[in-house]
Design a protein. Sequence first.
Length: 464
Amino acid sequence: MTAVVIIGGGPGGYEAALVARQLGADVTLIDSNGVGGSAVLTDCVPSKSLIATANVMNLAAESGSLGVLIDGQPAAAHLLSADLNVVNARVKTLAEAQSEDIEARLVREGVRVVHGKGRLNGSNLVLVGTPDGGEVTYRADAVLIATGARPRQLADAMPDGERILNWEQLYDLETLPERLIVVGSGVTGAEFASAYQGLGSRVVLISSRDRVLPGEDPDAAAVLEEVYARRGLEVISQARAISARRTEGGVVVKLADGREIHGSHVLMAVGSIPNTEHLGLEGVGVEMGKNGFIRVDRVSRTSVRGVYAAGDVTGVFMLASVAAMQGRIAMWHALGDAVHPLDLNLVSSNIFTSPEIATVGMTQKDLDEGTFRGDVIMLPFATNARSKMQDQQDGFVKIFCRRGSRLIAGAVVVGVNASELIHVLTVALSQRMTVDELASAFTVYPSLSGSIAEAARRLHIHAE
């Protein structure tokens, strides 16, 4: 029986373990921080649970036009408040329960779950330091490294867990920040800025670029900035934070141009670094790439035969869904099953701001730079009947198609439940559908998905 040892219990690790067991391997999963990893315990599950509360508050605050009254008054944000102790208790309970559920399934499927810290001792031996100070050795025909990443820190803005925070420390707050400064306008910063504004904090978002979400679709970022402004969230653009320090009653963030921004708390959302220390990677010759991430190919192989890597530790595309797929692909390859190399063009992703921003495939940048020849249509949700009924008209559907073939090449959805709506476009892309084929499928009326079909129809070209 093939022996597989997996170091790291996040999505890349536990999904790989399940596939390896399905294929008949003897599987040992070594986990040091809780099965589910940061995705379950400190990142995706808790943050999206927090965001769920913020979204309810945003909906309630903006429902006055629907005739909703709060204590006899038209709905408004100042009439709402959140009990952060209750919110965070729920967040932690959900995360812990999800972790326990995943570990229970692994055990049911026959995975040996070992709690401890693993490291390579050659390419086919893994040493595990156990919590009681002992050490156990496991033989491995294939090893998967799935140890994830952690928040990057600035030397002059070290988190203290009280006023200067990283995103893993937010769930220990007992009171809602009165004025939260968020440093970093990437996905994490934008999501938490949106969430805490919805919960009732006054939020200042500091962006080193000329707009929020600089790596995303510019039309999507523009919609988000419009909503931020309408809700009173302040964005300071083209400003680089160089330090954060505590004051008597809060924090002060210093910018490179000399300005000082005062607040009650600051969230440092300035990227991630891979967890590659003390794994014995250098000793066996595993090649590292940019910024210390493990270099892998499209079937998750490292430079060392029999050693694979998956998830955030590779820096390929830091999403739980990609980590899980990398882990599965690694096991399919290692155990001789049919395998399709990872295709990042088919990865759908979502930013859980309010409104959400979902993307898949080719982008506006690709079109503008000539990476592919195509056409694009953008259809605002303001024209959608369902959006009008719900009074949630922020956002749009944007579809890219290839010129000539009319094959769907990419898409952007901005709006309520964009994370759900993007799936149909991801399927269309992966199945090589044309815009006409997508448009010919029935949609419910009224529905937000009707705008997807309508956008596809507008990309039809009449054959002469």
